[in-house]
Design a protein around this ligand. Sequence first.
Ligand SMILES: Cc1cc2nc3c(=O)[nH]c(=O)nc-3n(C[C@H](O)[C@H](O)[C@H](O)COP(=O)(O)OP(=O)(O)OC[C@H]3O[C@@H](n4cnc5c(N)ncnc54)[C@H](O)[C@@H]3O)c2cc1C
Length: 453
Amino acid sequence: MNLARRSTETGTGHALVLGAGISGLCAARALSEVFDHVTLVERDTPAGDGATRRGVPQGAHVHSLTVRGANVLEGFFPGFVDELAADGATLVNALSEVEIVFFGSLLCKVPLGTVLQASRPFLEDRLRAKVCAAPNVTLLDGREATAPLTTPDRSRVTGARVVVPGVPGTTEEIDADLVVDAMGRAGRGATWLGTLGYGKPVEQRLRVDVAYASRRYRLPPGAIGADKALLVGATPTRPRGLVLTRQENDIWVLSLYGFGGGHHPPTDPDEFLLFAQELATVGGWEALRRAEPVTDVAAFAYPHSVRRHFHRLRRLPDGLISIGDAICSLNPIYGAGMTVAALQAAALRGCLVGGTRNLPRRFYRSAAKSLQLSWLFSTLADRSMPQVPGTRPALAALLATSFRATMRAAATDPEIAAAVWNAVSLTGSPAELAHPRVLAGTLRNWPRRRSVR
Ligand SMILES: Cc1cc2nc3c(=O)[nH]c(=O)nc-3n(C[C@H](O)[C@H](O)[C@H](O)COP(=O)(O)OP(=O)(O)OC[C@H]3O[C@@H](n4cnc5c(N)ncnc54)[C@H](O)[C@@H]3O)c2cc1C
């Protein structure tokens, strides 16, 4: 069967987006402004009722949207954040309603703006509804993309082959003027480029060996006082972390994580709570003891961060781009993945203003710029952990000492706390951490004797 949608004379034709996660949905939105028609192909069928989908198992774990990410989504859908809040999502004033303990220091509670907290299924369901409300967007779910279609000389990708998973004889061919690989970190688009003779993009990997375990709870209002989120970050000597956030409709999620085999959080409910007790503040632990679980404990293993350098490939076919985790998957503990996916979609939107000529090359350059700082920031933070292999111990110790001293300064100085928050929430540049005031605070808190504690 051939589901042909060829170029029309009036517009830019048909765009085919493979994968309807955050990057696929945002890309579909950007493309729907320019292409006559956009088709989204998604392997899963909707799980419904806020449940986690098979293709996005990370949806069971905390999914914080940074301030920058929320701003990008607002750019695509004005009023989106308020609509989600009206629908039950939690709006939080950072940092006055958030308790953040980084490198052992509790950050100063300075008011810096509003953050949206919701579960990944809640956010994605609403985003999907928005994208699919456009008259020129169609979602084909329950279909798996298996291969690209090309011109005989392979200079252009002209569509994709899709099947209904597990059902023989259901192969369909969908023609398109542009195919977007938004199929996540597995890297199918990169493999396709290799198969088509363009070579695979160079992959940069950082082995982090992080594992998550999470459970959702019902907690009474005011369970942790005026706070609506508690974050306790890992340190080199205790490479374990905890995030407890209020999501939609009084449901909270507790996510625990650890670097390295000996620190992976357990899934046995009692051991899970013991792991949390070790990390939580007194108030957080009191709340957890009284919490009513509404799900089982879910686990997720995240072996390595990966960045694929598509922008460095010497040759690229027309008509194919990869986006989102397919280009760059960051250690989730920094909560930046959805923001980076949305930023890449915004970069695509910017490139489309200049038309579709030479789009893959222009897009990859722009996407590389949009994710560069997040990659740098998260891999530098990872390199302060001795459990992450590949960094010279002296450099890891220096990074850890420096982060610890900055966080000590951020515990008492509101401007330094703001610089840390702006870097973490991607609202400002990590370069703010090099501001003279921050550097002076870091130096004031530098230990007399070298220490990585
Ligand atoms: C444990 C964990 C916690 C995280 N926490 C956060 C957080 O707090 N904040 C944050 O911003 N980010 C977080 N992330 C990262 C975030 O989940 C990803 O960065 C983001 O989902 C990337 O979106 P994507 O659309 O590129 O990929 P995905 O969300 O992985 O979506 C890919 C989609 O493609 C579909 N698909 C796959 N193969 C095919 C195929 N062959 N045919 C058709 N469809 C296909 C899948 O079903 C899926 O829907 C976390 C990640 C993990 C693992």
